[in-house]
Write a protein that binds this ligand. Structure first.
Ligand code: NDP
Length: 330
C-alpha cells in the first residue's frame, strides 16, 4: 500500500461549492477515459496517486465509464481498496446515471427504476457504502422531472449519496429542477457542464441560474478533450485520445481552422509563462462562479500541469481581448 504525500494539501486551493458546506479542489479528476479494463491498470493507479498527492480530492465517475461500461468504477474500486482504504473521508467521489447502461427499458434515462438500480450497482463496483455526489447525467424528455428529482432526494435520505447534482441540463431545465429539489429539502449541490474556450454555451444563462440559486459549477472537458493543449500542434500523436480511442474525439475534429486558433492561443499562453493546457484551465477559473475544472489525464505530467495552473488565474484586459478575438474567428 502506497502512503500519500504528507504535503498533499500544500499547493491545492479549494472553493466552496455554491452555497453548500462542501469545498472542492479547483482541479478535479475525471475517470471517463484511461480507467477502463482496456487500459493499463498500473497507469490508472499512478494517476489517482499523482492526483491525490497534490490535493485533488475529487474523483468523478459515471456508471457507463470504461470501456466496457462499468469498468472505470470497477478499476477505481480496486485502487481504493488497495491504496486508499483509510483515506475515504478525504475524498469526494461522484458518479452518475442517465445514459444507456443496460438493455431494456430500465437501463437508461431518468426513471426511479433505473436510477435506484444503477446507483446500487455503482456502489457495488466501487466497494463503497455511499457516494458523495450522485448526478442525473442528462435530462430525460419523457420522465416527469418530479420523479427524477424525487429519486435524487430518496438516495440522499437512504444514505446512498450525500449530495446530488445535475449534468447537461439547460438553464431552464436546471432552474425547474433546482426548485423541485429545494421543495423536497435536498438542495442541488452542483451542475456539471461542458465548458471550455471552445464550448461556451454555459455563458448563455446557465451560469447566472447557478449563481442566483447558490449551486456550484464544475466544468467538464475544460481542455476540449486535449485539443486546447499542445497535443495536436504537430499532427496526431500515437498515444493521443484521437489515436487510441477516436470515439468521442475523432481525427475529423482536429480541423485546420481549430489548430490555427490553438497555435495562436499557445502564443498567448507562452507570453504568460504558461502551457496552453494551463492557460485554458486558468481562463475558466478566473470566474469565481466555477467551483472546479474537471480534467482528464492519460499521464502524470498532465495532472502536474493542471495543478500548476491554479497559481496564475488572473488575466490582463488585453490578454482577455486577444483571446476573445482568436476565439471569435470563423
Ligand atoms: P479534458 O478536456 O481535460 O481532456 C483530457 C485529455 O486531454 C487527457 O486525457 C489528455 O488526452 C489531454 N491532456 C490533459 N492534460 C494535458 C496536458 N497538460 N497536455 C497535453 N494534453 C493534455 O477532459 P475530458 O474530456 O477527459 O473530461 C474530463 C472529465 O469530465 C471526464 O473524465 C468525466 O469525469 C467528465 N465528463 C463528463 C461528461 C458529462 O456528460 N457529465 C461528459 C464528458 C466528460 P491524451 O489522451 O491525448 O493524452
Amino acid at each position: 500500500m502506497k502512503t500519500p504525500s504528507v504535503s498533499r494539501y500544500e499547493t491545492m486551493s479549494y472553493r466552496r461549492c455554491g452555497k453548500s458546506g462542501l469545498k472542492l479542489p479547483m482541479i478535479s479528476l475525471g475517470l471517463w477515459h484511461n480507467f477502463g479494463y482496456v487500459n493499463v491498470f498500473e497507469n490508472s493507479k499512478k494517476l489517482i496517486a499523482a492526483a491525490f498527492d497534490q490535493g485533488i480530492t475529487h474523483f468523478d465517475l459515471a456508471n457507463n465509464y470504461g470501456p466496457p461500461p462499468g469498468s472505470a468504477e470497477g478499476v477505481f474500486g480496486k485502487i481504493l481498496k488497495a491504496d486508499f482504504k483509510s483515506y475515504r473521508d478525504e475524498m469526494v467521489i461522484s458518479t452518475k446515471a442517465g445514459y444507456t447502461m443496460w438493455e431494456g427499458p430500465y437501463g437508461d434515462w431518468g426513471s426511479k427504476k433505473y436510477l435506484v438500480s444503477s446507483l446500487d450497482q455503482s456502489l457495488k463496483r466501487m466497494g463503497l457504502d455511499y457516494v458523495d455526489i450522485f448526478y442525473h447525467h442528462r435530462p430525460d424528455p419523457q420522465t416527469p422531472l418530479e420523479e427524477t428529482m424525487a429519486t435524487l432526494d430518496l438516495m440522499v435520505r437512504q444514505g446512498k449519496a450525500l449530495y446530488v447534482g445535475l449534468s447537461n441540463y439547460s438553464a431552464e431545465q436546471t432552474a425547474a429542477a433546482v426548485q423541485i429539489l429545494k421543495q423536497l429539502g435536498t438542495p442541488c449541490l452542483i451542475h456539471q457542464v461542458k465548458y471550455s474556450m471552445f464550448e461556451r454555451k454555459a455563458e448563455q444563462g446557465l451560469l447566472e441560474v447557478l449563481d442566483r440559486e447558490g449551486v456550484g459549477c464544475i466544468a467538464f472537458s475544460p481542455l476540449a478533450q486535449g485539443v486546447l493543449t499542445d497535443r495536436y500542434l504537430h499532427g496526431i500523436p500515437a498515444d493521443s485520445r484521437v489515436a487510441t480511442s477516436g470515439v468521442f474525439l475523432k481525427e475529423s475534429d482536429i480541423t485546420k481552422a481549430k489548430i490555427e486558433k490553438v497555435r495562436k492561443l499557445h502564443g498567448i499562453a507562452e507570453a504568460r509563462g504558461q502551457k496552453l493546457a494551463q492557460m485554458a484551465l486558468s481562463w475558466l477559473l478566473k470566474d469565481e462562479r466555477l467551483t472546479s475544472v474537471l480534467i482528464g489525464a492519460s499521464k502524470e505530467e498532465q495532472i502536474n500541469d493542471a495543478v500548476n495552473a491554479i497559481a496564475h488565474t488572473t488575466f490582463k484586459e488585453d490578454e482577455i481581448q486577444e483571446i476573445e478575438h482568436i476565439l471569435s474567428a470563423p
